[in-house]
Design a protein around this ligand. Structure first.
Ligand code: SF4
Length: 456
């Protein structure tokens, strides 16, 4: 037997027993599998979390959560029971190790951050920004980002069934927090959606539409179906991707008879017109792939859509090791028939430094996972470089590891650079977390923070 850095093992999926949590001790399977019950019992604050976990979760943990909500959080708390139940899945709430298991848990770390998780000296990178990808600057209609020549992102709504601590769209998505007043769409939703469709009808160069938010699972199904039906009538649209983390966070939604019947209708029209519909979901940890998630993914594939793909995010403390990523990819591929597609580097939003990896770490992870998965299911690690777009992590033009700055180039223009002759020559920077730099690099950033004019 040849020794390998990673040993593949097929693992049966497990739905953790929600009755181990005192607040859900009497919840029936029928209730658990109801999307309505799940939505009605989402945990939105510390008091509700305490009610679910009982006294097992320490006061210190809850105080740390409260402090994070007050001082750091960019996303308000919202976690469906399905997702919360995957935190410390094998530990009873009465166990003395319950709180420690919560501190260490990968899903908890990104869904329910506590103050001590954050980086103390540099909780935010000096170059961090709300809307770090500058999507709003590239809106051609409010919420319709035209960043790449042939594809657009349509943000239909600013809400999700679950709010992730590291959300890239923290500028817009979710409720305001103490430190972040969310931007609001100015136009009425119906006017925005109509204007989006009008833009796509008069822009035949766009063939690929990412229908997103937020999460499309929060749009009433008839409205989503009518929007996608209208897209299917636009001859130039050939790919439609529906973005929903809820396929994992609230699989009950995608398993509801109304949604399955509606997707079957959409898939039939798409097939007859030669258009591909796919669902893109967002799973970051293997333990999130439960039998219900697998059932929802398979139900969607059975409607006749082209694919279900996963776009995860690389997060320290969650999945930043080759075994964690490979375990996740195999759980997705073997058990749920979800295609591993991308792992994004966490974007440079405020408060994200403790989660973010350096470019070098992401490059090493890409190298470490090669050769285990089928080539078609080997996810690419990508860096979404502000004003550039997604680049494979090995595509940096230059990389100075002392101040932790990588430089990237682009090969297309957005409307922002329409009159910029240097747009395709210029190098665009991306930044590693300061606390992971060598001492000299950290000192460079401290000096810059003290006297920016000296080191700019
Ligand atoms: S589901 Fe997506 S859009 Fe919604 S909070 Fe999470 S990362 Fe943001």
């Amino acid at each position: 037997m040849v020794e390998q850095p990673y040993v593949y093992q097929r693992r049966e999926l497990v739905e953790p027993d929600w009755r181990r949590l005192p607040g859900w001790a009497n919840v029936t399977r029928e209730e658990w599998e109801s999307a309505q019950w799940q939505r009605a019992h989402c945990v939105k604050n510390v008091r509700q979390l305490r009610e679910v976990t009982g006294p097992g979760l320490s006061e210190e943990f809850l105080a740390g959560l409260e402090r994070d909500q007050r001082e750091r959080a960019t996303m308000s708390m919202l976690i469906p029971p399905q997702m919360l139940n995957t935190i410390a899945p094998a530990v009873p709430a009465s166990s003395p190790g319950f709180t420690d298991a919560w501190y260490a848990d990968p899903v908890r770390r990104y869904m329910i951050p506590v103050f001590t998780d954050r980086q103390p000296e540099w909780p935010s990178h000096p170059e961090a920004q709300r809307d770090s990808l500058h999507e709003a600057e590239m809106w051609v209609v409010e919420g319709l980002t035209h960043r790449y020549p042939t594809k657009v992102l349509a943000e239909l709504l600013p809400t999700c069934p679950q709010y992730c601590g590291h959300c890239t769209r923290m500028d817009l998505v979710g409720n305001s927090t103490v430190s972040v007043a969310k931007h609001k769409f100015g136009m009425a939703r119906e006017d925005r959606l109509t204007a989006m469709l009008d833009y796509l009808r008069r822009t035949p160069g766009v063939r690929d539409v990412v229908v997103s938010g937020g999460d499309v699972a929060n749009l009433p199904w008839p409205r989503l179906e009518s929007f996608v039906s209208a897209l299917l009538e636009i001859e130039s649209v050939r790919d439609i991707r529906l973005a929903s983390k809820a396929l994992m966070g609230l699989p009950q939604h995608w398993l509801s008879p109304e949604v399955q019947a509606g997707m079957t209708r959409l898939a039939a029209v798409a097939r007859s017109r030669g258009v591909s519909i796919a669902i893109h979901t967002h799973v970051n940890a293997a333990q999130s792939v439960t039998p219900l998630v697998a059932r929802a993914a398979r139900a969607m594939l059975d409607t006749g859509i082209r694919d279900v793909r996963n776009q995860g995010v690389l997060l320290r403390g969650v999945n930043a090791s080759a075994p964690a990523l490979l375990d996740l990819c195999f759980a997705l591929l073997d058990e749920a028939r979800i295609m591993p597609y991308y792992f994004y580097m966490c974007d440079m939003i405020p408060g994200a430094e403790h989660w973010r990896l350096t470019l070098a770490e992401a490059q090493a992870l890409q190298s470490a996972i090669m050769g285990y998965l089928p080539g078609f299911a080997t996810p690419r690690m990508v860096c979404d470089v502000p004003y550039v777009g997604k680049r494979w992590v090995h595509q940096a033009a230059r990389y100075d590891t002392v101040p932790g700055i990588s430089y990237w180039t682009k090969n297309y223009r957005t409307a922002l650079e329409a009159d910029d002759p240097m747009a395709l020559e210029r190098e665009y920077p991306y930044y590693d977390p300061v606390h992971l730099l060598p001492a000299e690099g950290q000192e460079w950033w401290r000096a810059r923070a003290r006297q920016p004019e000296l080191v700019r």
